[in-house]
Design a protein around this ligand. Structure first.
Ligand SMILES: *Cc1c(COP(=O)(O)O)cnc(C)c1O
Length: 517
């Protein structure tokens, strides 16, 4: 080949221009999605490590033996800091030893935990025609909804205390039966930062021989080094049979790395897929993909080598101090409250219903006000639980080590944002819905929500979905979010779930559809 069609520098300039429209990944202004250690040298090390394995195929660690060496090292580190050494039994038997895999992220770790538990459940009940059940508090990460959907389990969501977001162990116990393949708890949960009662539930599930996964995807590598004592939550609890923790969250690795640890070699072997039933190479995959990059693993390995326990301890202390300071700030803001007993470097913020109506602050208006000042908080919808109780809508903050450096500015912005929106009530979803129905071409406005529900039940085609999005003012841009997200979330809360899901699918699908030329 004589040359490139375009100059490399020109292409990279274009990439830089595209990137300039992204939310900032560093500097602490985005309080979700990104986990900034604040150490530029660590990012550089990770990038260089990833680059050096760029051509490697992680599919086959017997051909690319560096992959096996790095994975052993990372799994060993995770096992050490997540309570997987000693504790249960003598630590050396097939049933006791904790083994693991590096996966592409939290979702893959969660999917595999569910798949393994399902297959172990099936293997123990040869011929059972029953659909296995997955029991978890309603605060469990959506990755388990996805896992139940992909792997054919019934998802049995247990209500939590609507005021605090906490789970009563007895509520799980009531749901247990022989069809339960897996119970999942969070340490902590994403929506409310609640640390589920791992030891209490583990005592119950262990006695019944039911598998228990602890989803420590977000918090694992922070709680492992948390400066204050915590209730037992990790693999040091004997009944915990697997645990997930994301290297690309508080492991500070670039995206694409998580660890799934499993107690017992035999239990973990259910995670693998193997076949020799085709005329090609024997396929033996511990994770979902075939060919896979070694870059995220190499980056995560380099980071754990560079930081070690002392480095993680220091970074976690920074995030913990910043979290405590933000909690104090929010406690001092009239009309807002931190939900429940938030544990680890994240918080959810709700309206303080004890404040007089005129002093209340809606967390979504608050997030929008903070956003217009350059701070991106994450809006979370309210939810009606199976028992009819209502979980409040909230705003989520993920706090990272770098947050500590911007704390004075951030705290001031949160106070100002609350002052700007204090007394403005939560958007009335029903009214938003009626407005939407009115704006729909050819749609009977009297139908309102039920009319929209009927639409959804009938199955929406792509053009109808796009028309609804257009009427809501959500289609047409280049994929950028509108300035005000509170009205969008109000619709999300008011529309029937399946309809919202269908509309969001349409939105995301159209964002990446190339224009017709
Ligand atoms: C982030 C997260 C996941 C899913 O992880 P991804 O890396 O986004 O796939 C699962 N559980 C919890 C609690 C999380 O916070």
């Amino acid at each position: 080949m004589s040359g490139f069609r375009r100059e490399a520098s020109d292409i990279l300039d274009e990439l830089d221009a595209l990137r300039s429209a992204d939310a900032p990944t560093h500097g602490g202004r985005v309080l979700s999605y990104v986990y900034d250690s604040g150490l530029a040298a660590l990012d550089e090390l990770a990038a260089e490590a990833a680059r050096r394995v760029q051509p490697v195929n992680g599919l086959d660690p017997t051909t690319f033996v560096s992959v096996a060496a790095m994975e052993r090292s990372v799994v060993g580190f995770a096992r050490r800091v997540l309570g997987g050494e000693g504790g249960a039994g003598d630590g050396s038997g097939n049933d006791d030893v904790v083994v693991g895999s590096v996966t592409s992220g939290g979702t893959e770790s969660c999917l595999l935990a569910v798949k393994s538990a399902r297959d172990a459940w099936r293997a123990a009940r040869l011929g059972s025609p029953r659909v296995p059940r997955l029991v978890a508090p309603v605060t469990v990460h959506a990755a388990f909804h996805k896992a139940a959907h992909y792997f054919g389990l019934e998802l049995d969501l247990v209500p939590v205390d609507p005021a605090t977001g906490t789970l009563a162990p007895a509520a799980i116990e009531e749901r247990l039966g022989d069809d339960v393949a897996l119970v999942v708890l969070s340490a902590p949960s994403y929506p409310f930062a609640s640390l589920d009662p791992v030891a209490d539930v583990a005592a119950i599930t262990a006695e019944r021989g039911i598998a228990l996964h602890v989803d420590a995807c977000i918090g694992g590598f922070a709680l492992a080094f948390w400066p204050e004592p915590l209730p037992a939550w990790n693999l040091s609890v004997p009944g915990v049979t697997s645990l997930s923790a994301d290297l690309h969250k508080y492991g500070y690795a670039p995206k694409g790395a998580s660890v799934l640890l499993t107690r017992g070699r035999d239990r973990q072997r259910h995670q693998y897929f193997a076949t020799t039933g085709w005329p090609g190479y024997p396929v033996v995959n511990p994770t979902m993909t075939g060919s896979k990059p070694a870059g995220p693993l190499a980056a995560a390995w380099a980071i754990t080598e560079a930081l070690g326990e002392p480095g993680f301890t220091e970074l976690t202390a920074q995030a913990a101090r910043a979290t405590a300071a933000l909690r104090d700030t929010i406690d001092g803001i009239e009309g807002l409250r931190v939900v429940g007993r938030a544990t680890g470097p994240l918080l959810a913020v709700a309206t303080d219903e004890d404040a007089p109506a005129g002093s209340r602050v809606d967390p979504h208006h608050w997030a929008d006000a903070a956003r217009s000042a350059g701070w991106q908080l994450q809006l979370q919808p309210g939810l009606v639980q199976a028992d009819g109780t209502h979980l409040p809508h909230t705003t989520h903050l993920t706090v990272t080590p770098v947050t500590e450096r911007v704390l004075p500015e951030l705290a001031a912005a949160l106070v100002v944002a609350a002052d700007e929106v204090r007394g403005i009530p939560q958007i009335d979803g029903g009214a938003a819905l009626a407005g939407l129905a009115l704006a729909l071409p050819g749609f009977d406005a009297d139908g309102g929500a039920s009319g929209l529900a009927a639409l959804a039940a009938g199955g929406l085609d792509s053009d109808t979905a796009a028309a609804i999005l257009g009427a809501a003012g959500l289609l047409g841009g280049e994929g950028a979010l509108p300035d005000q997200l509170a009205p969008v979330l109000a619709l999300v809360e008011a529309l029937p779930g399946p309809l919202t899901e269908r509309l969001l699918v349409e939105l995301l699908a159209r964002v990446v559809e190339p224009p017709a030329d």
